[in-house]
Structures are given as structure tokens and as C-alpha cells.
Write a protein that binds this ligand. Structure first.
Ligand code: MN
Length: 236
């Protein structure tokens, strides 16, 4: 039997606290058989190497917009909420974890941060920069509510985890991946072409633009994403 893996997850700031997260991430990790450990950005960048070494896997969750200076741009007027210290902490943690070959699951903002960490770029604002795009920011009461269709591409690690083909997902983003980082490929797209999933060549790093942690209780198909990630972390 394999030991339960430690899953380090960054925590953002908010409401005057240095430590804030949504329970759904923690519950999804627990349900998949991992040991969740929250990593507040109160820690310095020099600590990231040890944090990455301690964790068997790293989860980068959703949150505020990434500062566009990381991909060579100044903010569009629709980008109003950023956190440079969070960006710096997550970018360093991702680089250190990747150097150690640690599996990573990146969700929503995390999926965008991972892409930028490896040299990709973002659309700062989908409505402003992608006029052909459909809705990607729902206003439903429940975050478990599906919103738009995503096509999971066959032959990808994401398809191996949750099955290929069309699936309804929630959607809470106004930014999206523009140029995919070198070494990564697209694993899922919305019908309007917006990139909804990326992964690296060996599948150790998987990013999804939607929030499977909010849907997996109602729609078990999404549990496969967490199960595959935690199993990989356990094997590492
Ligand atoms: Mn979307």
C-alpha cells in the first residue's frame, strides 16, 4: 500500500487575513486520498524550495487576476484586482516544484499562473480581447452549476483522468490562456475556442480553467482529476 501523499496548496489573502481558502479544494484533496497542507504567502520566496521538497504534489488554486507584467503587458482597464506577492510566491513555488518533478494540479487562476510560469501569455480580459467568445463568467447561486460545454481532447492525460469528449463545466474567469507555454499542449477547449485545459508532455502538470472542486460532489466524473493527481503524487 502506498502512503497518502502530502498535497501543498497555496492560500491567498483576503478579508484582512493572510490565510484564506475555499473548503472545496481541501475536501476534494481529502476525498481523493491526499493530505492537504495549506501554504500561506506569509512565507518568503527563499522558503519555496523547502516547501516544494516537502510536498508530494502541489495544487495551485483559483484567485485574483495575475499581474500582466509577468507576460510583458500593463493592465487593461478590466484588470482591477492583483496581488504581486501572491504571483511571486506561486511562480517560485511552481518553478521549484517543477525542478523536483513534483506533480501539479492548477485550477482557474492557477492554470493561468502555470502557463505564464513556463513562458506562456494570457488574454487579460476575454470580453475585451476575444469578441467571438461566449460567456465565461456565470452568476449562478451554486458553484456546482454547469455553465458552458468543454471538449476534453482524446489522448490527453486529462481525458485519461476524467474521460474524453464534451462535458458541461462551471466557468468563473474573465482571463484565459492566449499563447500556450512551450512544452505544454491544450487538453480541453470551450466551443468558442477558449483554452480550458493544458498539460505538459509527461502529464505531471495539469491545468484546468474551470472549478472541478466545486462540481465533483454532484458530478463524480470530475473526481477523476483529483484522483489522478493524488495517485501521481503518491507514486512520486
Ligand atoms: Mn470557461
Amino acid at each position: 500500500m502506498t502512503m497518502k501523499p502530502i498535497i501543498g496548496m497555496t492560500a491567498c489573502r483576503g478579508e484582512g487575513k493572510v490565510f484564506k481558502t475555499n473548503d472545496t479544494y481541501v475536501e476534494a484533496i481529502l476525498r481523493a486520498g491526499g493530505i492537504p497542507v495549506l501554504l500561506p504567502i506569509a512565507q518568503g520566496l527563499e522558503d519555496c524550495a523547502r516547501l516544494a521538497a516537502m510536498a508530494d504534489g502541489v495544487l495551485i488554486p483559483g484567485g485574483v487576476d495575475m499581474a500582466p507584467q509577468h507576460f510583458g503587458e500593463e493592465p487593461a482597464k478590466e484588470v482591477t484586482c492583483i496581488d504581486h506577492q501572491l504571483d511571486d510566491f506561486e511562480l517560485e513555488l511552481i518553478r521549484q516544484a517543477a525542478a523536483l518533478g513534483k506533480p501539479m494540479l492548477a485550477i482557474c487562476r492557477g492554470h493561468q499562473v502555470v502557463n505564464v510560469a513556463f513562458g506562456g501569455t494570457l488574454y487579460q480580459d476575454i470580453p475585451g480581447q476575444c469578441p467571438q467568445a461566449g460567456g465565461h463568467y456565470q452568476a449562478t447561486d451554486s458553484r456546482a452549476e454547469p455553465y458552458h460545454t468543454v471538449e476534453v481532447l482524446p489522448g490527453t492525460f486529462l481525458a485519461a483522468a476524467m474521460g474524453e469528449g464534451a462535458v458541461l463545466t462551471n466557468s468563473y474567469h474573465h482571463q484565459a490562456i492566449r499563447e500556450v507555454a512551450p512544452g505544454f499542449t491544450v487538453s480541453a477547449r470551450a466551443k468558442d475556442g477558449i483554452i480550458e485545459g493544458i498539460e505538459n508532455a509527461d502529464g505531471s502538470i495539469v491545468g484546468v480553467q474551470w472549478h472541478p472542486e466545486c462540481m465533483e460532489e454532484r458530478y463524480p466524473r470530475f473526481r477523476g482529476i483529483f484522483r489522478a493527481f493524488v495517485e501521481r503524487a503518491a507514486a512520486k
